[in-house]
Design a protein around this ligand. Structure first.
Ligand SMILES: Cc1cc2nc3c(=O)[nH]c(=O)nc-3n(C[C@H](O)[C@H](O)[C@H](O)COP(=O)(O)OP(=O)(O)OC[C@H]3O[C@@H](n4cnc5c(N)ncnc54)[C@H](O)[C@@H]3O)c2cc1C
Ligand SMILES: NC(=O)c1ccc[n+]([C@@H]2O[C@H](COP(=O)([O-])OP(=O)(O)OC[C@H]3O[C@@H](n4cnc5c(N)ncnc54)[C@H](O)[C@@H]3O)[C@@H](O)[C@H]2O)c1
Length: 448
């Protein structure tokens, strides 16, 4: 006889935790299956350790700036092992708090994988069966591995966090979030970095600001090669060599990082047994309400392939729990205007449409405002690290349809503007807002 619950959640990452805790708060009896570390990708091998490294990279840069300001100290190298331990202790603390939160909420946590044996029944890896009226798939994604000779000689993002020392020479393959972030922070910490890009960098971000970011990367000493067709990796006497079908042999490097996207964890769930359909890439197909193709089975987060960001997985999960167990039948995540930041050096932030997207939608009805300046922090020393801001406004009443910022502090600037955009922000609202002075953010309300 299978144990019965109101809700079974497969996966204890950002999305799974959000849906489970909110459902339990609404009174549902919940079981969660998580074979690995609580917190999933974000906490263990994603946002959290990445942001910690980014903070370390910021400090390395600020030490250099401090010298220019007149401080006597010279920048020292990061004690990688010491910092890795600090980071790990911080992550362990988050996991413990999650475990306590699940226990407090009365959620039954099983450290096992689950797979479907029927639309309402999940088999655990130890052979037990659990049954529920609602099952949520929140099994996330993992780094993509290419079928190339020598692929295993390279690292994926998960491996970077386990390194016991900083690689001296590293090649990064890819042009998305992970490639750009790791290239920037490893360079700031002292590695020689070569970025091998197939087409363009950061295809979802505004092209003008991405160009500025690329110029900045070049100025920082990151070598960027476009149009690569990686054929494989080989071990040579003094490191790893990357074979490129276009430009030949590249390297040698001490390490190569593959940052070529992620694949959904869906193939081991026996989804056929439940009639749940996936797309060509293996993402669970969901509608606007997170429903899969089988009634009673929903999915949230990276396994659905929609905006692979932690706050998106969390918001989708909470909305779903409110709809299923909280008596809120209209509750669902609106995927419009999701803000996001690439933690590059400096960061690149966006909310809303890019200029190319807005141009296509609004044509002559689009008005673009720009600001380009050197923030005072850098201008004081005469060194330029320019900030670029761009405001896209549409129609006679100049509704704000996109905001883009590349520059120091961009990561902390757009959250409030994302709220304002949801409320129908107009250019005139920005014009009538008093600036905070002196700051970089004030330029956003001073553009004309
Ligand atoms: C290097 C890196 C940096 C990132 N930085 C950011 C950032 O700065 N900001 C941001 O918003 N996003 C960032 N992301 C993306 C973010 O981490 C993901 O969007 C988010 O973690 C997705 O959450 P999820 O719940 O869908 O999946 P996950 O967090 O991956 O959780 C899925 C869980 O399911 C478990 N699981 C798998 N199979 C089964 C099974 N059969 N049964 C039970 N459990 C199973 C796994 O063990 C895992 O713990 C980053 C990602 C990476 C890789
Ligand atoms: N700051 C953040 O919010 C953040 C940070 C990291 C990751 N993420 C999330 O995780 C997701 C995965 O990140 P990612 O960088 O792995 O994926 P991505 O989809 O952002 O980028 C993948 C890159 O790999 C390239 N690529 C694919 N196949 C290739 C090949 N054969 N050779 C060379 N290049 C190839 C693509 O052109 C693209 O540039 C992101 O889409 C994002 O949603 C978010």
């Amino acid at each position: 006889m299978a144990d019965s619950f109101d809700l079974i959640v497969l996966g204890g990452g950002s999305g799974g935790l959000a849906v489970a805790v909110r459902a339990a708060r609404h009174g549902a009896r919940v079981a969660m299956l998580e074979p690995g570390a609580l917190g999933g990708t974000c906490v263990n091998v994603g946002c959290v350790p990445k942001k910690a490294l980014w903070y370390a990279a910021q400090l390395a840069q600020e030490q250099r700036l401090a010298l220019d300001y007149g401080f006597a100290s010279s920048p020292g190298a990061l004690d990688w092992e010491h910092f890795r331990q600090l980071r790990q202790d911080y992550i362990d603390g988050i996991r413990q708090r999650y475990a306590a939160r699940l226990a407090d909420a009365g959620i039954q946590l099983l450290a096992e994988t689950g797979r479907f044996v029927a639309a309402d029944t999940v088999a655990t890896s130890s052979g037990n069966e659990l049954r529920a009226t609602q099952i949520v798939i929140a099994t996330g994604a993992r780094p993509r591995r290419l079928e190339l000779p020598g692929f295993e000689l390279g690292l994926v993002s998960d491996d970077i966090f386990a390194l016991r020392s900083l690689p001296r020479r590293i090649a990064v393959v890819g042009g998305g979030y992970i490639a750009v972030e790791f290239a920037g922070l490893l360079r700031a910490l002292g590695s020689d970095v070569t970025l091998h890009v197939r087409s363009r960098l950061l295809s979802g971000f505004d092209a003008e600001l991405v160009d500025a970011l690329e110029q900045r990367m070049l100025a920082q000493g990151i070598a960027v090669t476009h149009g690569v067709q990686v054929a494989g990796l080989r071990r040579a006497d003094d490191g790893i060599v990357l074979d490129d079908a276009v430009s030949g042999e590249c390297g040698p490097y001490d390490a190569v990082l593959w940052a070529v996207g992620r694949v959904p964890n869906s193939e081991r769930l026996d989804l056929d047994a439940a009639g749940v359909r996936v797309d060509d890439e293996g993402h669970v197909i969901v509608d606007d309400w997170q429903n899969s193709t089988t009634p009673g089975i929903c999915a949230v987060g990276d396994v659905t392939g929609r905006e692979e960001l932690t706050p998106v997985a969390v918001a989708a999960g909470r909305n779903l729990a409110d709809r299923l167990f909280g008596g809120q039948p209209e509750s669902r995540l609106d995927y419009e205007n999701v803000p996001s930041v690439v933690f590059a050096e400096p960061p690149l932030a966006r909310v809303g449409l890019t200029e190319a997207q807005a141009q296509e939608l609004y044509g002559d009805g689009l008005r673009v405002y720009r600001s380009r300046f050197t923030p005072m922090q850098w201008a004081l020393t005469g060194h330029g690290s320019k900030t670029i801001m761009k405001l896209l406004c549409a129609g006679d009443d100049e509704r704000v349809v996109g905001i883009h910022v590349f520059g120091a502090g961009a990561d902390e600037m757009l959250q409030g503007f994302a709220v304002a955009m949801r409320m129908g922000l107009r250019k005139r609202d920005m014009d009538s807002t008093v600036a905070i002075h002196p700051s970089s953010a004030e330029e956003l309300v001073l553009m004309s």
